[in-house]
Design a protein. Structure first.
Length: 216
């Protein structure tokens, strides 16, 4: 995992509106394969329920997995920043499957633009009557110091080729073909704990699509 100090311009990260988490994999020009309804499944916790830690519940249904193939940084600050960048992504998925644009999970791990981004993402899934199923995969993470703010920039590749939309009413899954559209790069600007806070939070998020370097 690479570490380097970034210039002050890193702090100006903004949300890339055209490349939303709502993209459910595959080439938009390819025909969709609408399969029969699946059997659903009961929720299974992929993280702590939060009951003992005071953190929000981020359990996911059994039909959705969020996987992180990342190495833990030796630097404790970077490790904490990476952990809560992962929690933010988990919280996004929790909000989608809970069908709750005001879900407390993403709000616990975000501030400012990152909170707005998550709310809009979840709302768009709810409005279109879709939830998520399959596997949402993140890998090749690196952490970089942001000299101007004392923050840390977390960068990860994403593979959503096996991440699909499922209609909440019919429970039919929208399968799509693997393409370069499935590979993205996430850049999350992490703000260190402030005042009485104890955790790093995502302040800004930028998503770049069709990233050849992330294709495996």
């Amino acid at each position: 995992m690479a570490r380097r100090t970034l210039s002050t311009t890193t702090a100006a990260l903004t949300t890339t509106a055209a490349l939303l988490l709502t993209a459910c994999g595959g080439d938009s020009d390819a025909p969709d394969d609408i399969k029969g309804a699946d059997t659903g499944g009961s929720p299974s916790a992929s993280t702590s329920s939060g009951a003992d830690s005071g953190r929000p519940d981020m359990s996911l249904p059994s039909y959705l997995k969020v996987e992180f193939e990342v190495d833990q940084p030796s630097d404790s600050r970077h490790a904490a920043a990476l952990d809560n960048a992962k929690n933010y992504i988990l919280a996004l998925n929790h909000g989608i499957t809970a069908q709750d644009p005001e879900d407390p999970a993403y709000r616990f791990y975000s501030l400012g633009n990152a909170t707005q981004y998550a709310r809009k993402q979840i709302q768009s899934w709810v409005d279109d009557e879709w939830t998520a199923t399959g596997t949402d995969d993140y890998y090749d993470a690196r952490t970089d110091d942001v000299a101007s703010s004392g923050g840390v920039l977390v960068t990860m590749c994403r593979d959503q080729s096996k991440f699909y939309g499922k209609n909440v009413k019919t429970r039919k899954i929208r399968y799509t073909k693997e393409s370069l559209n499935d590979y993205q790069e996430f850049r999350l600007l992490m703000k260190p704990p402030q005042g009485g806070q104890k955790i790093w939070k995502v302040l800004q998020i930028e998503v770049q699509g069709r990233v050849k370097e992330c294709r495996r």
